[in-house]
Design a protein around this ligand. Structure first.
Ligand code: HDD
Length: 668
């Protein structure tokens, strides 16, 4: 199957690894690139040194402004394949023609930190997908959390100013644990639902490959007869939804700040292509007012038990970028990039986004021609009368650049709707000009409670710990008290525990919203568990039994589990067994499980620490020690859940443990 986007990008690619003479940008062959042109070997550099000046000027201007939010990210190419035609709902060809394979580009991101911040910080993750369809680009610019902090886009600059590092110190980087963020939350109770998600384990994903994605807003699908349905878009990862634990996430932020981007890159290079199914929640127009929330409110989700997710296709990320800047940094998403058959709703957050995204590219990418940058070009032809501007790449031929024209038979001409021209949905709209919030948007707490109720006990505990951590980092008593006052509307017990932990006042009156409603789909405890593509550390202390080790490694490979052999020094044990990491370069936080193989009578402290933190982070531990007394000083006990004595059992139970992932029962 030809990938139209890959073919198009090839036309813009240059393989610099091929032998070619070094030239200036004017094509002049350069004979010397190490020494500037000087007046005498020890003399000053001459201004006529055009080669030096060109090289230096280009370098001086290599950086562009980072994204005002979502600055740190990583991207990959892939394809989208539809399972069944959605012709009943939409006329979009990539959602109706199952013979089509649509190229996609996805960029994942964190929100708060700058380009150089760490991957594993507590934050919402951006999940932006560009579908290069035959009818133009469709961008699904979503997050890994299905709701948002605010209801109206006019508050976005305020929210982001509060979230970002504080203006007087530029602290903290890649963190929301600070006064201005929590001040905003305490003052804006519409954030109640989202902040519960942001404090949950969803905000510290194990891998970008193991996150859900959500379009968040309600959009519209329009079919060929002009009928509309409301829709929410979901991405469901085939590997399941998994998270890190907070202590682990913080360690990784130091041990490997590139943990997520490296994981994505390596998985794709290895052929473990990440996959997500596209799911749609669909509500007929006539049911718009049937729910106990307003479907236009972006702080509300549609419980999957009430509005099932219809799985309609699959996205596979199968190619890394050739050049990070050209592709990942220059890609420009916009929720307003839609195709015929997809339209907006009146969600006031979405409406505001429709302005912001093109606007921001003007300063980030330097002008109005950013759509001509290869990664942003559609794969279908594009013609109009827009002209000139900074970095115009196209040579538009001809005399006319206006509509209507007689000189060029009115070309390019608008296309009738029946032939694929876009038509906005003809919604009837009437109203007075007013700044205000619909009363139907005023229930801030019910779904925050629904989310909390739906979590497994260990997830609830993590959420309370996260709140206590974040608010514990705040310095203002007013900020802490206000945050607890917000929690008091959601869950009294949460408010009480957090207030106790951070020394804040618990309001006298219990204002918690009364509801036992749960949505099991919201808990990560109900996700898919499998061992594939996870990574085990095999820790060697002394000379191993080569045969057994080779056998284990073969079995791990059968389950597509990655591994790394870690020892004091890097060396080759046998043609198939190589130590690739030392106890200095590896850390338990970077692996999903560990096996200790020891022939010593006393295991070294650094190795014990490795095993103990693996255990502390609830991960499976395999132990194959010659002398049990070697473990005397180790806090990992062989009878604990998820600990396997590999001198007694074979590796399979350990692999089942890796599939399960975490043994939360250790903490309860
Ligand atoms: Fe946004 C970037 C997702 C609300 C304004 N946003 C950006 C990116 C993602 C989102 C994933 C990074 C795209 C990339 O990888 O290049 N944003 C969301 C979601 C929102 C949301 C899911 C709520 C449902 N955003 C939102 C609002 C506004 C913006 C309300 C302003 C009115 N967002 C921007 C922006 C960014 C951006 C300033 C920064 C860089 C960019 O657009 O290209 O325009």
């Amino acid at each position: 199957m030809v990938n139209k986007k890959a073919v198009q990008l090839e036309n813009f690619s240059i393989d610099n690894e091929k032998t070619a003479p070094l030239t200036t940008n004017q094509g002049l062959k350069v004979s010397e690139d190490e020494f500037s042109l000087k007046a005498g070997l020890r003399g000053p550099t001459l201004i006529e040194d055009f080669h030096f000046r060109e090289k230096m000027t280009h370098f001086d201007h290599e950086r562009i402004p980072e994204r005002v939010v979502h600055a740190r990210g990583v991207g990959a190419h892939g394809i989208f394949q539809l399972y069944e035609s959605l012709v009943e709902y939409t006329r979009a060809d990539f959602l109706t023609d199952i013979s089509k394979t649509t190229p996609v580009f996805v960029r994942f991101s964190t929100v708060q930190g700058s380009r150089g911040s760490s991957d594993t910080v507590r934050d919402v993750r951006g999940f932006a997908t560009k579908f290069y369809t035959d009818e133009g680009n469709f961008d699904l610019v979503g997050n890994n959390i299905p709701v948002f902090f605010i209801q109206d886009a006019i508050k976005f600059p305020d929210f982001v100013h509060a979230l970002k590092p504080e203006p007087h110190t530029e602290i903290p980087q890649g963190a929301s644990a600070h006064d201005t963020f929590w001040d905003f939350i305490g003052q804006n109770h519409e954030s109640a639902h989202m902040v519960m998600w942001a404090m949950s384990d969803r905000a510290i994903p194990r891998s970008l490959r193991m996150m859900e994605g959500f379009g968040v807003h309600t959009f519209r699908l329009i079919n060929a007869d002009g009928e509309a349905h409301f829709v929410k878009f979901h991405w469901k990862p085939l590997l399941g939804v998994h998270s890190l634990v907070w202590d682990e996430a913080q360690r990784i932020a130091g041990k490997n700040p590139d943990f997520h981007r490296q994981d994505l890159y390596e998985a794709i290079e290895k052929g473990d292509f990440p996959e997500w199914e596209l799911g749609l929640q669909i509500i007929p127009e006539k049911d718009e007012f049937k729910f106990d929330f307003d479907i236009l409110d972006p702080t509300k989700l549609w419980p999957e038990e009430e509005v099932p997710v219809k799985i309609v296709g699959k996205m596979t990320l199968n190619r890394n970028v050739h050049n990070f800047f050209a592709e990942t940094e220059q890609v420009a998403f916009h929720p307003g990039h839609v195709v015929p058959g997809i339209d907006f709703s009146n969600d006031p957050l979405l409406q505001g986004r429709l302005f912001s995204y093109t606007d921001t590219q003007l300063s980030r990418l330097g002008g109005p021609n950013f759509h001509q940058i290869p990664i942003n070009q559609p794969v279908c032809p594009f013609h109009n009368n827009q002209r000139d501007g900074i970095h115009q790449m196209t040579i538009h031929q001809g005399q006319t650049s206006y509509h209507r024209n007689g000189l060029n038979a009115n070309q390019p001409e608008p296309e009738p709707v029946e032939l694929g021209g876009y038509e906005s949905y003809q919604e009837k709209v009437e109203g007075r000009k007013i700044r205000g919030r619909s009363e139907s948007f005023l229930d801030f707490y019910s779904q925050a409670k629904l989310f909390y109720n739906s979590l497994a006990p260990f997830e609830q505990q993590h959420l309370k710990d996260a709140l206590s951590f974040e608010l514990g980092k705040c310095r203002s008593d007013m900020v802490k008290n206000n945050a607890v006052a917000l929690l008091n509307h959601i869950d009294r017990q949460v408010a009480e525990e957090v207030a106790g932990n951070i020394g804040a006042e618990l309001p006298e009156e219990n204002l918690e919203v009364k509801s036992d409603k749960k949505s099991p789909a919201l808990s990560m405890a109900n996700t898919v568990n499998q061992p594939a593509t996870k990574c085990a550390a095999i820790l060697l202390d002394g000379d191993p039994d080569d045969e057994k080790l080779t056998d284990w490694i073969r079995t791990l490979a059968q389950f597509n589990i990655n591994y790394s052999i870690v020892s004091k020094k890097i060396y080759t044990i046998s043609p198939v067994l190589k130590v690739t990491d030392t106890f200095d370069t590896a850390d338990s936080s970077l692996f999903d499980a560990a096996i200790l193989v020891s022939t010593s009578t006393e295991v070294e402290p650094s190795i014990l620490e490795f095993i103990e933190t693996t255990f502390k982070h609830f991960k499976p531990v395999g132990v194959a020690v010659k002398e049990l007394q070697a473990l005397a000083r180790c806090r990992v006990k062989l009878d604990s859940p998820g600990v396997y004595d590999l001198t007694k059992v074979d590796i399979n139970p350990f692999i089942e443990g890796m599939a399960k992932g975490r043994f939360w029962e250790r903490s309860l």
